[in-house]
Design a protein around this ligand. Structure first.
Ligand code: HEM
Length: 409
């Protein structure tokens, strides 16, 4: 039997735990599939034990596991490792990949998208052979998983070259918010997929797998580390911000149009009496936005990101994806002294869903966040990309040492 890996918190009533780390692993050019297989077996066994509270150096002295989960993803390069036994799945073919940043920094993420790399980004670390996603209830549990992984890989170093077959080449961390909002101040995650639809959107079926039948039951993870330029956002009025997002800033109610003065009009009756926010019980009917004849509201982020809310999510053309993002905050040398944004993580049965969402006209195509296309529109440069990649998340197979082991073992 095949099932999705853990760490995709999609079940009814589930929400992602508080902390996440995404680690990108680079494979030494001298390492072949059997060598990589050996290291992945050890890493998977160590991480499984760690989730149960066993730290390798502290046998018999368990620590709190923090509900650690780990998920292993294979990037396109993983299938180029010498002696790999499977070719890259069709869904990871070059036409489904993000562009690289320019060697001098910046540059478009995709032809047809309004997203670009940040001007100081010259290297995208989300292109390495493997990614590991850790989630846990505590910051310590995810950080410890990264550190213990580093120790394990250190132990694999060659005495002469001092290089291990796998090395950590990039780490991105993030957290959930208990205010259910995002750095732009609006509610986020209000209109994710209904839990009943999630598995059908996430899980690779026979139709999507095509000749890559071994991927059935797995999924594709797409990652975008997006910085939000708060200088730009704070310059906009509340009404401008609401029209770009498509929701009322305070209540989260979806907008239906504008009044005679051009001010945003939220859906009547939302939030329902006795509540103050759309996230509270009783407001379920308002979580998804409805159709609108107002072109400004129709150009907002939520409308562009879900252009035809009535389409069956199972249909690839619905371009629905399961979002499991984690916000980030990091000190930075440049003003204002910090960088904030979103680790956008989505799971879907084909990367094509997300790529079309980002590039199709009427959807987010040509638009940086919402509103009209073009870098000079309000919020036209709100988001910039620091890393971007797509990874196959192979299904868990009964008895396999790690998901996707058949590629190398
Ligand atoms: C830092 C970047 C981003 C921020 C701050 C942001 C913020 C938001 C907010 C405030 C909402 C409305 C609340 C909700 O319905 O959950 C939303 C909805 C959504 N966003 Fe984003 N978003 C970002 C990037 C993206 C990207 C890159 C994509 C797609 C590739 C995306 C796809 C969606 C989708 C699918 C919805 C739900 C639309 C609906 O069904 O109503 N977002 N986002």
């Amino acid at each position: 039997m095949t099932v999705l890996q853990e760490g995709i918190h999609h079940g009814p009533g589930m929400s992602p735990p508080g902390h996440m780390a995404l680690v990108f692993l680079r494979v030494d050019p001298a390492a072949d599939a059997p060598v990589v297989d050996g290291v992945l077996r050890k890493a998977a066994a160590m991480l499984r034990a760690l989730a149960a509270g066993t730290v390798p150096e502290l046998p018999g002295h368990p620590v709190p596991g923090g509900n650690l989960t780990f998920l292993l993803g294979f990037g396109p390069k993983a299938f180029g490792i010498p002696k790999a036994r499977r070719p890259a799945p069709e869904a990871l073919a070059p036409r489904f990949r993000f562009r690289s940043p320019r060697p001098t920094g910046g540059g478009p993420l995709l032809v047809g998208s309004g997203l670009s790399y940040a001007a100081d980004v010259t290297r995208n670390d989300a292109t390495e052979e493997f990614c590991l996603q850790f989630t846990a209830d505590t910051q310590l549990a995810v950080a410890r998983a990264v550190v213990e992984l580093w120790k394990l890989l250190r132990g694999e170093r060659d005495g002469t070259t001092r290089t291990a077959p796998l090395e950590i080449a990039g780490i991105h961390t993030g957290f959930q918010r208990d205010d259910l909002r995002s750095w732009i101040g609006f509610h986020d995650g209000v209109s994710n997929l209904d839990s009943a639809d999630r598995e059908r959107v996430i899980s690779i079926g026979e139709g999507e797998a095509g000749t890559d039948t071994w991927t059935v039951g797995g999924t594709y993870l797409t990652f975008l580390r997006l910085t939000v330029d708060l200088e730009q956002w704070q310059d906009l009025s509340r009404a401008q911000q609401e029209l770009l997002v498509g929701r009322d800033k305070l209540t989260g109610a979806p907008l239906t149009g504008r009044d005679a003065e051009g001010r945003p009009v939220p859906a009547a009756g939302c939030p329902v009496a006795g509540t103050t926010e759309v996230t509270q019980p009783g407001n379920e009917a308002f979580r998804k936005h409805g159709e609108t004849s107002d072109p400004v509201v129709a150009a907002s982020h939520v409308h562009r990101a879900n252009l035809v809310p009535s389409t069956d999510p199972d249909q690839a053309g619905s371009l629905r994806v399961f979002r499991q993002g984690y916000e980030f905050f990091e000190p930075a040398a440049a003003a204002p002294g910090f960088r904030i944004g979103l680790n956008f993580v989505s799971f879907q049965d084909s990367p094509d869903r997300l790529l079309r969402l980002l590039t199709q006209r009427g959807w987010l195509g040509g638009v940086n966040f919402g509103g009209q296309p073009g870098p000079d529109a309000p919020a036209g440069r709100l988001l910039s990309v620091r890393a971007a990649g797509t990874y196959l998340v192979p299904p868990v197979q009964d008895g396999a040492p790690y998901p996707g082991a058949e590629v190398f073992g």
